[in-house]
Design a protein around this ligand. Structure first.
Ligand SMILES: C[S@@+](CC[C@H](N)C(=O)[O-])C[C@H]1O[C@@H](n2cnc3c(N)ncnc32)[C@H](O)[C@@H]1O
Length: 426
């Protein structure tokens, strides 16, 4: 008989994560959300910034930023030498001297070289590592962020994971060690229970896990929820851990307008919440998402002088734009003359929001932003910066192709892709 104690693991060993790029970790995207909430960008100059990706995996997010913004310095930090080596090879092939890598664990003194960052981002780390590592990770976020800087931390949300909690627990207890073979054995155990058909809770979970593996690969399943600290939580708890930094909302563009994200009754419930914590937790429940990337900034950050900074670009040809979409709150119809004028103005490529505003002739600020936010919510447009496709982007494109990395897109300015990549999770 084995000991009944659950194994305390830290992080998956010997199994690399999938190579993905997260466009919402780009300065253009983050700044757009900040300005929508009334706060200024941390960038003194649009093109020159320091960006740190903690737990960067294969580094595609920071590599594409380094290529698109040659004046920036982009750091990728990860404990996995195979992933950092692969990222370094891509940077070398693409000649990206401004892409720097630190192969180290959170808490290691070597990370200090990345300090003073305008942006510290981390996708798939906070809710996935063991508690002691999570504390070191949060210390790094605090240590590496410049006082004026922004932190974006992705986290798993309990409200969206309820149906899989029991399955994950069983899988986690069944996985011996942090190894690929341990995870494979746990999958076999789960599948055998599901095949026996006696436990409806597990059968549904096993099916969902199998579908996740088919869509994104087994490595994704292991990194998503077989790692030691897998703990879907609540936005309010992450915000409390990063206090005194102020929470500025998630990077989701379909939540920029409250009436896109919540129904009228849900907005009334938020307004009636007796505490700020209840309002935030109710939002988690109402949105029902399993994952979010949360933006934090110093509480005394300067207000945005205008929301009309930055650029916006269509993600598809103007002729293909649909003037209706489904948001979390329901159907959104924005088929009107102003929306069509704005799309026509964007037909030839990204446009500065200020110029777009001047040319669109909107009857009110609210009407203008409703169209812009609807285009963003439906991912038919994305925030970007002045297009200056540098040669480095072409070199990175070639290096990725040579490495056989099939990215759905590599945006020139990390914000005007032709398609948004899956998976949306960790
Ligand atoms: C789920 S993956 C996400 C990778 C990347 N951010 C992405 O979105 O593609 C989590 C990453 O965190 C790294 N990691 C886990 N624990 C770490 C630690 N203690 N120190 C540094 N990196 C760590 C892993 O090696 C892994 O690459």
């Amino acid at each position: 008989m084995q000991s009944g104690a659950a194994t305390v693991r830290d992080y998956v060993q010997g199994l690399d994560y999938v190579a993905v790029l997260q466009p919402d970790l780009s300065p253009a995207w983050i700044d757009h959300v900040l300005r929508a909430r009334g706060f200024a960008s941390p960038r003194a100059r649009a093109d020159a910034f320091r960006h740190v990706d903690l737990g960067c995996g294969f580094g595609l997010t920071m590599l594409s930023l380094a290529a698109a913004y040659p004046e920036s310095v982009c750091y990728g930090v990860d404990a996995s030498s195979s992933q950092i080596d692969a990222a370094q090879r891509l940077a070398d092939r693409a000649g990206l001297a401004n892409a720097r890598f630190v192969c180290a664990r959170f808490g290691d003194a070597a990370l200090a070289e990345a300090a003073g960052a305008d942006y510290v981002v981390a996708n798939g780390v906070y809710s996935w590592v063991a508690p002691a590592t999570r504390r070191l990770f949060l210390d790094e976020v605090r240590r590496l962020r410049a006082p004026h800087g922004v932190a974006v931390v992705s986290h798993n949300l309990q409200a969206g994971w309820l149906a899989l909690l029991t399955t994950q627990r069983l899988l986690s207890d069944a996985a011996a060690g942090d190894t690929a073979s341990g995870f494979a054995a746990a999958r076999g155990f789960l599948d055998a229970i599901a095949a026996a058909g006696r436990d409806p809770l597990i059968a549904g979970g096993a099916k969902a896990v199998a579908e996740m593996g088919q869509s994104y690969g087994e490595a994704y399943v292991a990194h998503e929820f077989l790692v030691g600290g897998w703990a879907p939580g609540w936005t309010v708890d992450l915000a409390a851990e990063l206090a005194p930094l102020a929470y500025r909302g998630a990077t989701y563009l379909d939540l920029l307008h409250d009436d896109f994200g919540l129904t009228k009754a849900q907005r009334a419930a938020v307004a009636a919440a007796p505490t700020a914590a209840a309002a935030l937790s109710y939002r988690d429940i109402a949105h029902g998402r399993s994952h979010a990337r949360a933006i934090f900034q110093a509480p005394d950050a300067a207000p945005a002088p205008t929301r009309l900074a930055g650029w916006i670009g269509l993600t598809a040809p103007a002729a293909d734009v649909g003037y209706a979409c489904v948001t979390p709150a329901g159907e959104l119809d924005f088929d009107n003359a102003l929306a069509r004028r704005i799309v026509a103005l964007l037909a030839d490529g990204p446009v500065a929001l200020e110029a777009l505003h001047a040319a669109a002739g909107a009857s009110s600020e609210a009407a203008f932003w409703r169209v812009i936010d609807a285009l963003l919510a439906s991912v038919q447009a994305l925030p970007t910066d002045a297009p200056k496709p540098p040669e480095a982007v072409a070199r990175l494109r070639a290096a990725l192709a040579e490495a056989g990395l099939d990215l759905p897109y590599l945006p020139d300015r990390h914000g005007t892709p032709t398609r948004v990549s899956a998976p949306g999770g960790a």
